[in-house]
Design a binder for this molecule. Sequence first.
Ligand code: SAM
Length: 251
Amino acid sequence: MINNHVSQNELYKTPRLYVDADFALGGAVRLEAGQNHYLRNVLRKREGDALRVFNGRDGEWLARVLTLGKKAGELELEGCLRSQPDPAAAPKVHLYFSPIKKQRMDVMIEKAVELGVSDLRPVIMHRSVMRNINEERMRAQIIEAAEQCERMDIPALEPARQMDEVIAGLSQPLFACIERDGAALPLAECEFGDNVAFLVGPEGGFEEREIAQLQACGNVIPVSLGGNILRAETAAIACLVAFANLKSVVV
Ligand code: SAM
């Protein structure tokens, strides 16, 4: 670790960027065009200014702006600030979700990243109003949320799949949030292993056939989030908070 000449107090104010490149002491890493524009024109950064960078593999490093031209820029890596946590040591939590309307989808994605989700798995269900995922936009949202909340990794975004496929391919317990199901297990009584998944339905809820499919699957645990009918994004947040608290995924 470096005793950087940027005080701790200053450090957390420096911008934090995800840079998908290998890090080495004294090495230089190239900025993507969007990052270049953001640093140069939005944050008005100049050569010599400090930044924090992470790549999800080599920890978080202190970097300095080497060049920041109109189209391209480079950073010089000054030293490691935080080592990369061991990915195998962290419990895994997967979020299967029906795409929902844009603004609410944005909230679900951002909060899931902040709450430590391991990966995001869109599922097209019978009542899914939104049936196409803008993967590029969603990946950019995921990265921005990870940069902001100081996560050391970037949760994966899996390709959208049909519900039948998801159920057929289940390899871990799936806690399926099923509203209005009197037999569902209250979230507070769920016991989580170290590799679990949650499923949240669309604005219109699950079709009867989907509920029967879920209830018939051995790996599926129907879960109740209480008597109130929550928005899908609220349901996802409730599950991830319950898991994070039990497993201290978000420290
Ligand atoms: N239109 C549905 C209805 O009125 O029954 C509500 C769907 S809700 C807006 C979206 C999703 O959030 C549901 O499919 C379910 O996955 C989850 N959810 C919301 N409230 C819940 C609750 N009380 N228990 C379990 N899951 C819930």
